[in-house]
Design a protein around this ligand. Structure first.
Ligand code: ATP
Length: 719
């Protein structure tokens, strides 16, 4: 017999989100997006999402406490926070006092209607009290703003430094990990702009104040209801209609009752036109591509392509967050939403019915009804506000936790404990390097970048690593500087396992120039100075490094010289009036005057590839600038330092490097054989992730292997 139901594919791993599993995963189409949501594996536990929210709140308390301690330890912050709390307490009491005065006013009116006389003294006092409340409200609001601005500023500054340090301390494999990137992103996206800490203080105080307001309103409500027949009934009706409004307003998709646990979801798009549209957008909005767009005459063509793709996608071309929001907040015609408005009138209807029932003795006056419903409404809205605030607080505590957790992300490259070198004097004779059966895979890669590599470079030797593209030359340099740790095997520096040495000491002994060097978005002077933090403030040393790198000539010709920014990290701001147009009253829009007065540049300074490389070389030279005796450097690592240099510059550079090196160890990675390999004490020829040949130039030529073949190929070009 055929089974009644088709067997569905089981999950790859139980409990793991698998978008292809239709039994546990619900698929919704949202425009061009496919939204996959995990269905709960077990029957939902009632109020589980609320419970999770409160659990999150409690877990966040130690972090919030630490945050408060940190803030209070800042200068001025403790006194400002105390003042802030005082003002907030006063502000939270005002609504109840106002309500009390309203009650007094209603009573006065009732007495006046009944007895046709008014107690002027009491009336004046009540009216005065009401006015005083509004004035006090305004004054307290002003005080609040005067306190919050400096407080917020100090807190923001403190936490931006905290985030900066948390990010700066991460090593390469940790920083490159996408999971760590996501963690950092969630901590910094809000905190760089607004301050999580400040928001937390605001939400916590608000919640505290709302509780005070709630209690004070409750006492006023009890006071009013005490003397009124039918008052409690009307108050309950008002309260329950508010409760109904609150739940029905939140809508079913937002899970008002908290029955559903927080969902696990993922969204993707396979719409090729939409993907292409995003690609075209990046091409035109990223300055990196502008050169190619202009030179390739691409503007018109790209516009056509974008328009065509956009026409094919139609109105569905929305970003995912936007479309998800539209789905969540769309209006639905539900029974509760239909009943919502009529129910608002319920207390009034009941009052009318009671009046019809007892026409002779109307239970309470219409004025009292208004007062009761007003007080009950304001009590219930405060109560719901408290609920809402408790959820925001839980999210806020989770953000505070993330903020502190980023400074605890463990680095993958674990620091050693042994100081290096034992004797600083030995550095001037270089350090020895030994690779013992080293294999390495980049994090997340399946393929080896190095496989079973062994070699020894003695102290003071010049080693040149040559070989085909992708054979692992740069990887060797990255392992020597411990940017990564080998997957297998050991690296020894001066006979000691590299992992046991203190990272700070190890890196101080090296001057490194990477092939894919970058320039920091700082001035040229700072770019060079950062080559050696120990002497970064010495302008003469910076100039000397620039001279050694062959960069001083072109730097001096730049309008701002050493203070030139290649990539200014701060943009200038301009008003919205477009340049070259005329305003409504005939004024020409011309920015040259304001720009001239502010000495603002219209374009960035750009350098040639070779000039950029000279700057990078100058930065590396900063490391070796202190005198031979005090120099902390014993090892110079250069990855293709002359790839963009002209022949004269390359010749000069090698000349200077040889002088600078003295008798220190130097390792070069290069494709060019001529100049360097002849002087090398050791040449490593690499191919297919392994060292294929090792020896001096003469030894390798005599061996007549791959090195000899490639060397003759290069030599032939000059014959
Ligand atoms: N960050 C990285 N992540 C993953 N794989 C990488 C990374 N960097 C390099 N690789 C891979 O490691 C291998 C060795 O790269 P490496 O940069 O060491 O080669 P190379 O010999 O210096 O090449 P070239 O001569 O082109 O500079 C290559 O297959 C490369 O694709």
């Amino acid at each position: 017999m055929k089974p009644k139901f088709k067997r569905r594919k089981p999950l790859a791993r139980p409990g793991v989100f698998d978008p292809t599993d239709t039994r546990h995963v619900k698929h919704t189409r949202m425009g061009v997006w496919d939204f996959y949501e995990e269905r709960p594996y077990n029957a939902p536990i009632p109020y589980s999402s609320r419970l999770e929210t409160y659990a999150q709140l409690f877990e966040g308390i130690p972090f919030a406490w630490r945050m408060m301690k940190d803030i209070c330890s800042m200068r001025r912050c403790l006194s400002l926070i105390c003042l802030y709390i005082l003002v907030e307490v006063a502000r939270s009491l005002i609504p109840a006092v106002s309500l009390w005065y309203s009650g007094q006013l209603v009573l006065l009116v009732e007495v006046a209607v009944e007895k046709r006389t008014v107690d002027k003294d009491i009336l004046l006092r009540v009216a005065g009290g009401r006015i005083a409340c509004t004035l006090a409200e305004r004054i307290l609001q002003y005080c609040r703003s005067r306190i919050t601005v400096p407080l917020n500023r100090s807190i923001k500054q403190y936490y931006s430094t905290h985030i900066f340090q948390a990010m700066a301390r991460l090593d390469l494999p940790t920083f490159e990990d996408p999971a760590v990137q996501r963690q950092l992103e969630s901590a910094w996206t809000t905190s760089w702009k607004s301050s999580i800490a400040w928001e937390t203080i605001e939400i916590t105080t608000n919640m505290f104040m709302t509780s005070i307001r709630l209690l004070s309103q409750l006492s006023v409500l009890i006071n009013i209801l005490r003397d009124q027949r039918d008052g409690p009934l009307l108050a309950i009706l008002s309260f329950s209609q508010c409760l109904f409004q609150w739940f029905s307003m939140r809508g079913p998709s937002l899970d008002p009752l908290g029955w559903l646990p927080p969902s696990l979801w993922a969204a993707t798009t396979k719409n090729q036109d939409y993907i292409r549209m995003q690609g075209y957008k990046h091409v035109v909005d990223n300055p990196l591509h502008r050169k190619e767009v202009v030179a390739g005459n691409l503007s018109e063509h790209l516009s056509h392509l974008y328009k065509d793709a956009s026409a094919r996608v139609g109105d569905d071309a929305m970003d995912f967050p936007e479309i998800r929001r539209a789905f969540l907040v769309r209006d639905r015609l539900t029974l509760t939403s239909i009943l919502r408005e009529p129910l608002r009138e319920l207390p009034q209807i009941v009052f009318t019915l009671r009046a019809i029932q007892y026409p002779i003795s109307i239970p309470i006056s219409l004025a009292s009804l208004t007062l009761i419903t007003q007080t009950a409404n304001s009590f219930s809205s405060t109560l719901f506000q408290l609920f809402g605030e408790s959820f925001s607080l839980s999210e806020q505590f989770a953000s505070v936790r993330k903020l502190y957790e980023i400074s605890m992300i463990p680095n993958r490259v674990v620091d050693g404990t042994i100081s290096f070198p034992e004797n600083q004097q030995t550095l001037k004779h270089g350090v020895s390097i030994e690779f013992r059966n080293v294999s390495f895979k980049y994090p997340g890669a399946d393929k080896y970048a190095l496989r079973d590599v062994s070699f020894t470079i003695c102290a003071g030797q010049l080693c040149v690593i040559v070989g085909v593209n992708g054979s692992g030359k740069s990887t060797i340099l990255k392992l020597i500087s411990r940017l990564y740790d080998p997957s297998e095997g050991t690296i020894l520096i001066d006979g000691q396992d590299i992992k046991t040495l203190k990272l700070r000491d190890l890196r101080r002994t090296m001057a490194i120039l990477f092939q894919d060097y970058t320039h920091f978005p700082l001035s040229i002077k700072d770019n060079i100075a950062l080559g050696n933090p120990d002497i970064a403030y010495d302008d003469d040393k910076v100039r000397e490094a620039a001279r050694l790198g062959g960069a001083d000539g072109f730097i001096d010709k730049l309008p701002d010289g050493f203070h030139t920014y290649l990539d200014r990290p701060v943009r200038d701001y301009y008003s919205a009036l477009p340049e070259g147009t005329t305003t409504l009253f005939g004024r020409q829009v011309d920015y040259s005057k304001v720009r001239g007065a502010g000495r603002m540049h219209t374009s960035e300074t750009s350098l040639s590839g070779g000039q950029m490389q000279r700057l990078a070389v100058a930065r590396t030279f900063m490391r070796s600038l202190v005198s031979e005796i005090e120099s902390p450097v014993g090892l110079l690592l250069f990855d293709e330092p002359s790839a963009s240099l002209d022949p004269t510059a390359e010749h000069d550079l090698f000349q200077r490097l040889r002088t600078l090196r003295g008798s220190k160890t130097m390792v070069f990675s290069s494709h060019r054989f001529g100049n360097l390999t002849r002087h090398a004490d050791l040449i490593l020829y690499m191919d297919d992730m392994e060292v294929q040949e090792a020896g001096t130039h003469d030894e390798l030529i005599a061996r007549n292997g791959e090195y000899a073949r490639v060397w003759s190929l290069q030599a032939e070009a000059f014959l």
